[in-house]
Design a protein around this ligand. Structure first.
Ligand code: ADP
Length: 649
């Protein structure tokens, strides 16, 4: 595109500045969105997406073979059938403890906060059995009543005193109802610090546990993977007591009727896991210290901003295709990093805020960079429109300020602009060629004639010399005239109105009458009686017809006839101008409509010309939406046919 290098530099640098500003804005916006979404993931509901991803990873993580150290004795439907309706007399639990004498610790996930008025002896017997066993952990329960201070429900004092350890059995599901974590130590509203049941079962106080720190349970298998015995079968003595030797035994509800069950990451389709098994999972995590720790919200928000920044850098540098691929890769790698961190270091990094930021960056950048570039293209097009206002006839109508602001529409305009430039360049070359060669030739000839005359004044006939100079000067004028006419035909707007083509043809014939008469050539117009309406520029079309008739007369031998026929052909009016001249060689027919094209075959005398007449005719007819064709039989004549769209009056 030929434009001044300085304006090119200004264009690119202003575009570059604008694009850079857009990029900065997008980077700022996406990073800010990521930070806010990361910090307020609970409030924005994004935490749900993170949890879904987390649950999926846990489920996909290969199951752990488990740990035989922890055993569950389940109060299941079979036990209820065998031992009667719940609650049982506590002497039954005392009896069970007798069978578990070799266990390292026995924990009851059953609340004993009320005395049993029907069977006080049972309570007593149980308290005795607990004391005797010496390693029994009993549950407490934190009461949360709105408006009231947190209360701790203790077991009956006799039982509490007898127990080796106490711990609260509260399990707090997440907002979606799924249990993912346990809080191992809590500070009550009276500042008392209490420990969780699983810590009490563990036996030693955990130093690494921070108060009110919620730790994610590393569930590694679906429900039912701990060694499990039915309460009734243990009570009956079906399981030898040495089976429990040195093991941690958890006694808790398993029955569908007792209701102590929760969904966990490992349960799907509305299934649940019993509270006692969740405790067992917690105990296992505590034993091996495999808790999954969640990064603080601020840390994960900051970490999530990193891949978003990286994506912004990538889209700024890469092509759209590579940016898209880079975005996909960063999304996949970021999600993969979360999985790898979780599996290898037991650290949970919620990545959804980062994924949202990354996914936002690409479309935002595509939109803004495209918009910025297109607006610049628009501006450039406006400049072009002002710089080259004409040329409408050659490359379609002047560039419209389109309402279609789509990319293809803008590219089409750009193409038109480029076509205009190419055309302007071509015209410039033509003009240079014209000035440096065609326009100079007759002038040089005149100068040469004058010079010869000066050297040998006697040897030449002055009259002959003058007429030759006159001829050359006339050639120059004709050439200039033809050139200017051609430029006008190309550039000037058409002054269109309804014309009768028959009348126009008649006018052209009349204008050439004198010349044709001189050479005894009869011009025979054949025009229909009805008017032949077309829409066009009277001056340009009239001149085009005159050019064709002039050529026909100019290239015809004397005493011949030129036929001009006007007839309706479908939706067009057609004029055929047929002469009996020498014709045009077949291989030359294709180029006679180009500027400066002159056929080199033998021509009658006095057929000087610049080769611009037919170029003028073609441009004029094409700008009127018509066509021009030439056919010829060498030695017998040529026919030039123009067709113009017919109009109704
Ligand atoms: P010119 O000024 O040379 O006539 P034109 O553009 O009108 O330029 O024509 C281009 C060339 O086409 C002419 O030089 C001539 O060789 C050929 N030509 C045009 N009209 C006729 C015709 N009626 N018969 C034969 N040759 C023609």
């Amino acid at each position: 595109m030929p434009s001044h290098p300085d304006s090119d530099t200004t264009f690119w640098s202003s575009l570059e500045k604008r694009v850079h500003a857009e990029w900065l804005a997008i980077t700022f916006l996406t990073v800010l969105t990521t930070l806010l979404v990361g910090l307020y993931s609970e409030q924005t509901g994004i935490a749900r997406l993170d949890d879904t991803f987390y649950d999926g990873v846990l489920r996909a993580w290969p199951n752990d073979p488990g740990d035989n150290d922890i055993v569950i004795i389940a109060i299941d439907d079979g036990s209820i059938d065998a031992l009667g309706r719940w609650p049982w007399h506590r002497s039954v639990h005392a009896e069970l403890l007798g069978r578990l004498s070799e266990a390292r610790r026995v924990g009851f996930d059953i609340v004993f906060s009320e005395p049993n008025p029907d069977n006080p002896e049972g309570d007593h017997a149980f308290a005795q059995a607990v004391t005797q066993h010496g390693r029994v952990v009993l549950p407490t329960f934190i009461m949360h009543q709105p408006g009231a201070p947190q209360g701790l429900h203790m077991p009956l004092p006799v039982l509490a005193n007898a127990a080796a350890g106490l711990g609260y059995i509260n399990i707090y599901p997440d907002s979606d109802g799924t249990v993912r974590s346990l809080t191992l130590q809590r500070t009550l509203s009276d500042n008392r610090s209490v420990q969780h049941f699983v810590v009490a079962m563990h036996g030693q106080s955990e130093k690494s546990i921070r108060p009110d720190d919620s730790l994610r349970i590393p569930f590694r298998a679906p429900a039912g993977h701990f060694p499990f015995y039915s309460y009734a079968s243990v009570l009956r003595g079906d399981v030898p007591s040495d089976h429990f030797r040195d093991r941690l035994v958890l006694v808790g509800a398993w029955s569908s009727g007792l209701g102590d069950t929760y969904p966990t990451p490992m349960t799907t389709d509305g299934q649940t896991m019993s509270g006692v098994e969740i405790m067992a999972n917690g105990m296992l995590a505590l034993k091996h210290d495999t808790w999954i720790r969640t990064l603080p919200a601020w840390a994960s928000a900051l970490l999530n901003a990193l891949p978003v920044l990286l994506t912004c850098l990538a889209v700024r540098r890469f092509s759209p295709r590579h940016s898209f691929l880079a975005t996909l890769s960063i999304i996949s790698l970021w999600a993969l990093l979360a999985v790898v961190l979780l599996i290898s270091t037991h650290v949970w990094l919620p990545v959804t805020s980062g994924l949202i930021g990354i996914a936002l960056a690409f479309p935002l950048w595509s939109w803004r960079s495209q918009e910025a570039s297109l607006q610049h293209i628009d501006r450039e097009l406006q400049h072009l429109r002002r710089a080259i206002p004409g040329n409408a006839g050659v490359i379609g109508d002047a560039m419209p300020i389109t309402v279609d602001r789509s990319l293809p529409a803008r590219v089409r305009l750009l193409h038109q602009a480029i076509a205009r430039f190419r055309h302007a360049q071509q015209k410039r070359e033509e003009t240079l060629r014209f000035l440096s060669h065609d326009a100079r030739a007759p002038q040089n000839a005149i100068l040469a004639l004058i010079e010869m005359q000066r050297r040998e004044p006697e040897s030449r006939d002055t009259q002959a010399l003058l007429s030759r100079i006159e001829q050359r000067a006339a050639d120059t004028l004709a050439l200039m005239d033809g050139f200017v006419q051609l430029e006008r035909a190309e550039c000037l707007p058409l002054n269109k109105r309804l014309l009768d083509l028959g009348g126009l043809l008649q006018e052209a014939c009349d204008a050439g009458w004198e010349v044709s008469r001189r050479r005894s050539i009869s011009v025979m117009p054949n025009v229909p009686s009805e008017p032949a309406w077309v829409e066009g520029d009277h001056q340009l079309l009239g001149r085009a017809l005159r050019n064709l008739l002039d050529n026909a007369v100019k290239y015809s031998p004397e005493h011949t006839t030129v036929h001009c026929r006007l007839a309706r052909k479908g939706a067009t009016w057609e004029i055929a101008i047929q002469d009996q001249g020498p014709g045009i060689p077949e291989h030359q027919l294709g180029r006679i409509f180009e500027p400066f094209a002159r056929v080199t075959a033998e021509m009658p005398a006095e057929t000087s010309g610049a080769g611009l007449g037919l170029a003028f005719v073609r441009i004029t007819i094409e700008r009127h939406g018509g066509t021009i064709t030439a056919s010829s039989i060498q030695g017998r004549g040529s026919t030039f046919t123009i067709a113009l769209p017919a109009m109704e009056a």
